[in-house]
Design a protein around this ligand. Structure first.
Ligand SMILES: Nc1ncnc2c1ncn2[C@@H]1O[C@H](COP(=O)(O)OP(=O)(O)OP(=O)(O)O)[C@@H](O)[C@H]1O
Length: 246
């Protein structure tokens, strides 16, 4: 069975988003239609203001479209109440942010445990799961350190472990490498890619950085609120070399 025979994890149909700013209205997205299947590793790229964050927010159910529909695993989530949307979001989606958003007074391990503790998972079990996730992002030896003692790239990998700890089907990362130097940016993308391949988690991330695109199979290029190209590419040789080295 090919992915195209299965229900898409995410499906947008003719989605538009208009923001009102006093008298003015700004069209951030227009007539975007898109299907993303389980296990895909997808980059959304394009210039500032092209609609990347708006698209990530709509896929992540953090906002609602002005027109069109958003479906998650075949369910139209557009008209659901806030409570129902939060329920689906908490069960299905993990988020990674540009500025890491770690809690400074907690250790790396405690930061990763947090979503499980909020979900009332017993502490011993939460600790075990968080340790496994930290090990997966290569930070087993840093679990007791607070964020300030870690590099930006390490902090973002803690944030990735935290996004994954409750086992979401989808992780959305809006500009996850914007605050990183290129070496750390590459490491963060490779970590996400490896986790996607190993665990079948779907990752969608946005970026301005054209150089990261050679590491991504599917690229959605945005311009003026539209997807102007949806390209599926083979990873390049340099990308494979980095993967081996990591
Ligand atoms: N909350 C908002 N209120 C009003 N306008 C907004 C809002 N959020 C985004 N916009 C506008 O919508 C358009 C798309 O913005 P968006 O942030 O989605 O683009 P982006 O590609 O993510 O940009 P960047 O790379 O700079 O983050 C822009 O013109 C922006 O100014």
């Amino acid at each position: 069975m090919t992915p195209k025979d299965t229900t898409p994890l995410v499906e947008l149909r003719q989605v538009g988003k208009v923001y009102s700013l006093g008298e003015r209205s700004i069209t951030a997205l227009q007539a975007v239609s898109l299907r993303i299947f389980s296990g895909e590793f997808v980059a959304i790229w394009g210039p500032s203001g092209s609609g990347k964050s708006t698209l990530c927010n709509l896929i992540g159910m953090l906002d609602v479209p002005s027109s069109g529909t958003v479906q998650i695993l075949g369910q139209d989530v557009t008209m659901l109440s806030d409570g129902k949307r939060s329920d689906i979001r908490n069960k299905t989606i993990g988020f990674v942010f540009q500025s890491f958003n770690l809690i400074p007074v907690l250790s790396a391990l405690e930061n990763v445990m947090l979503p499980l503790q909020i979900a009332k998972i017993p502490t011993m079990q939460a600790k075990q799961l968080a340790k496994e996730r930290l090990a997966e992002v290569g930070l087993a030896e840093h679990e007791s350190q607070r964020p300030a003692k870690l590099s930006g790239g390490q902090q973002q990998r803690v944030a990735i472990a935290r996004a994954l700890v409750a086992n979401p089907s989808l992780v959305i990362a809006d500009e996850p490498t914007a605050n990183l130097d290129s070496e750390n940016a590459i490491k963060v993308i490779e970590t996400m890619r490896e986790l996607s391949q190993r665990n079948g988690t779907t990752f969608i991330f946005s970026t301005h950085d054209h150089r990261l695109l050679e590491r991504v199979e599917r690229q959605l290029q945005m311009c003026d609120g539209q997807i102007i190209e949806d390209r599926i590419a083979e990873p390049t040789e340099s990308c494979r070399r980095v993967q081996v080295a990591l």
